[in-house]
Design a protein around this ligand. Structure first.
Ligand code: FAD
Ligand code: DHB
Length: 394
């Protein structure tokens, strides 16, 4: 089989890229390890920033998000039992974020792909990349027990942190930066009322908590826990008692509770792979970088990476120019490092670090006070949270 762009992975990066290319008349084939049900049902991200909202609208998959998503003009930071509002819209020149679950965006993107008359090859196994430094790179895979080969002009590695694409870049060319945190997140879904009109990021001596939402009757909340803790240690009562203690305010407000319908613990890390390209292979999203979730940036970075990639590939086919493609990694990494910085900053600002001494804890509280009260502080949180622009030129 032959195509112009072979896309590995039907996550946000792969599916948005396919749609961006389709709008320019560029053919692609998507190979996905999991089933359609699996990718459409996995609960992950919740917050889409303005740049991602704009991209989804541009590629014609924004209508359900516009109808059913919850658009927020701000969020709350809480510490010492006080809640402070961050007016994201005011301090970012009118931008917003939307609470629209990742798996709903995936459903919209998969539907759009089929509406275009195009397919996604699900349940593939043993994906390997070949001859990526030639003009005809190849992807080999196994489907229904049969070995297949896809010959491409370009390969887009959109296969997440554990996928094979990044590893196809020779080790002596790749520089990887990995940072672990002494924190994990326990995430729940609960049948309960929304905590507030906007998200609450709460710092507390017992640990960080985040109160988010999905629908008026389904909430998504997170608790900072030991990254190696076992979910079996967390009864529903213990989860609600910690969420309540870490988010209650001095005026007696308490988070509404209800039956917990799902719960799980995950670790967090920061990771950047320099470079994001080699020959005819371009990697995007979690395949190239990951962030701790505190800044809500992972999916959003995936969307902007593939925006850059699609423009580069389009210029190649329409003008014969490789100007953008040659600088793909440089353009993406400039923005990626800024989102990494923001996610690292938010994580350190909001979590309770078991290794901090009382001086460091005092500085952390002063930082929370400063960033939520000074105009400069509010502006820097707002412009990063809603998403920085892509800088095409140096
Ligand atoms: P993925 O979503 O990982 O997709 C990669 C795809 O490639 C998968 O479908 C996978 O099955 C497939 N694949 C892997 N290996 C192979 C192979 N060998 N062959 C074929 N296919 C393969 N981000 C935000 O922006 N905002 C948030 O609010 C936010 N909250 C989050 C909350 C949680 C709890 C978590 C876990 C993440 C959150 N994120 C958030 C991050 C976001 O979910 C990820 O950054 C995003 O999924 C990355 O998209 P991707 O397409 O790069 O990778
Ligand atoms: C959600 C996840 C995040 O990482 C975040 O910072 C805000 C909200 C969510 O899943 O709703």
């Amino acid at each position: 089989m032959k195509t112009q762009v072979g896309i590995i992975g039907a996550g946000p990066a792969g599916l948005i890229l396919a749609q961006l290319l389709q709008l320019q008349g560029i053919d692609s084939v998507i190979l996905e390890r999991k089933s359609r049900n699996n990718i459409e049902g996995t609960v992950k991200a919740g917050i889409l920033e303005q740049t991602t909202i704009d991209i989804l609208r541009e590629i014609g998959v924004g209508s359900r998000m516009d109808r059913e998503g919850h658009f927020h003009n701000g969020n709350y930071f809480q510490f010492n039992g006080q809640r402070r509002h961050i007016d994201l819209k005011k301090y970012s020149g009118g931008k917003q974020v939307v609470v629209y679950p990742q798996h709903e965006a995936i459903i919209d993107l998969v539907n759009a792909r089929y509406e275009n008359g195009k397919d996604i090859i699900f349940d593939v196994e043993d994906v390997t990349l070949h001859e990526i430094d030639t003009n005809q790179p190849k992807i080999r895979y196994c489907k229904n027990g049969l070995d297949e080969e896809l010959v491409c002009d370009f390969i887009a590695g959109c296969d997440g942190f554990h996928g094979p694409s990044r590893h196809a870049i020779p080790e002596n060319i790749r520089k990887e930066h990995l940072h672990f945190y002494p924190f994990g997140w326990l995430g729940i879904l609960s049948d309960s009322a929304p905590a507030a009109d906007e998200l609450i990021y709460s710092n507390h001596d017992q640990g960080f908590a985040l109160l988010s939402t999905r629908t008026p009757t389904l909430q998504r909340h997170y608790l900072q826990v030991d990254p190696y803790d076992d979910i079996a240690n967390w009864s529903d009562d213990r989860i609600w008692s910690e969420l309540t203690a870490r988010t209650k305010t001095n005026d007696g407000w308490q988070v509404p509770d209800g039956p917990i319908t799902s719960k799980g613990i995950f670790q967090m890390r920061s990771f950047v792979c320099e470079t994001m390209q080699y020959g005819r292979l371009f990697i995007a999203g979690d395949a190239a970088h990951t962030v701790p979730p505190t800044g809500a940036k992972g999916l959003n970075l995936a969307a902007t990476d593939v925006k850059v990639m699609s423009r580069g590939i389009t210029e190649y086919y329409q003008k014969g120019s490789t100007y953008i493609l040659d600088r793909y990694s440089e353009i993406c990494l400039r923005r990626v490092w800024k989102a990494e910085r923001f996610s690292y900053f938010m994580t350190r600002l909001l979590h309770t670090n078991p290794n901090y001494d009382s001086f460091e804890r005092g500085v952390q509280l002063a930082e929370l006070d400063y960033y939520t009260s000074s105009e400069a502080g509010l502006r820097t949180i707002a412009e990063n949270y809603v998403g920085l622009p892509i800088e095409w030129e140096k």
